[in-house]
Design a binder for this molecule. Sequence first.
Ligand SMILES: *Cc1c(COP(=O)(O)O)cnc(C)c1O
Length: 382
Amino acid sequence: MPFAELQHDLDERAAQGLLRRRHVLESAQGANVTVGGQPYLSFCSNDYLGLASHPQLVAALRQGAQQWGVGAGASHLVSGHFAPHHQIEAQLADFAGKPAALLFSSGYLANLGAVQALAGRGDTIFADKLNHASLNDAMLLARANVRRYRHNDTAHLAQLLAQAQSGRKLVITDAVFSMDGDLAPLPQLLALCEQHDAWLLADDAHGFGVLGEQGRGSLFHFKSPRLIYMATLGKAAGVSGAFVAAEQAVIDTLVNHARSYVYTTASPPALSVALLQSLQLIRQGDGLRAHLRGLIEKLRAGLAGLPWKLMPSDTAVQPLIVGGNKETVMLSAGLRARGIWAPAIRPPTVPQGTARLRISLSAAHSAEDVAQLAGMLHDLAR
Ligand SMILES: *Cc1c(COP(=O)(O)O)cnc(C)c1O
């Protein structure tokens, strides 16, 4: 029976402490959430600016639904491309400092589509070993040659680029690594791309809205046409979706060839109405970003002296490396018993032996929230 086989695999995963399950939220996203009837102080979301439940976004979505209905009804290339979609694309291009932008329904789909449309058989993709799963999956879909370089190791990348023969070259990287919180060496990567006539696709899922002037992301200073900027809109932007911003010819290529764009129903136009409002809050969000930076410093100071290693990260993603899977799950459970929710991240999401608590901060947190988390972790360490 195939069911028995599936169950056997699940039982094995459970025995290794690797079985994944979902937690049902009974409240809106925020610093304080309800799960299973219990209130928790949450350090789990990527809602870095606390916009996911912002009243102005809720109002924009409601107004958008009133004007445009609920469903797009078709793909963008048939009859599902609405004025709000078009408007948010123009604003995102301008915000990212690029000639054009294309809206996707999610970051996963944006990466699948962009990589597959820009590289194919005979081309070579160069990828950081710690890239997000969506970029890894995209490489498989593209059917190009794949060369993976050691995490942030530009010398290794240079070596691989020099070995590449004919065909297009595409370097792909997280701009802020999603499980480590560290940054890619973007100036060096871009210089290598110039030198080797390659494209650089940078995934700024965790930088957009948070880093850079007005939250324009990790790459706003880099004006190279070789740079293809991708960011998601379900994290700091608080809504849903993603976009790619690049030269017009790149965007037109995606419209024609990105299968995850062409063969899927457009996102509801009301979401784009909410995104227009979100972009305005991001532009005006220097206060939120300053508060978030303060919380990051406070957390890092508060976690000094713990037996677990806090990774060097200046971003809202603050990983505390515990090591073993079961130990990490126990630490997460210990916090949960004390009303704090911080997720245990285990292999294969991260390398073996580096299971961790992925603490993520949001401008929705207060300094007291962060102090409470630090205090509990010190208690649990004893
Ligand atoms: C979250 C994430 C994605 C996927 O974006 P979704 O909109 O959630 O599908 C892609 N890349 C990185 C680095 C991410 O963290």
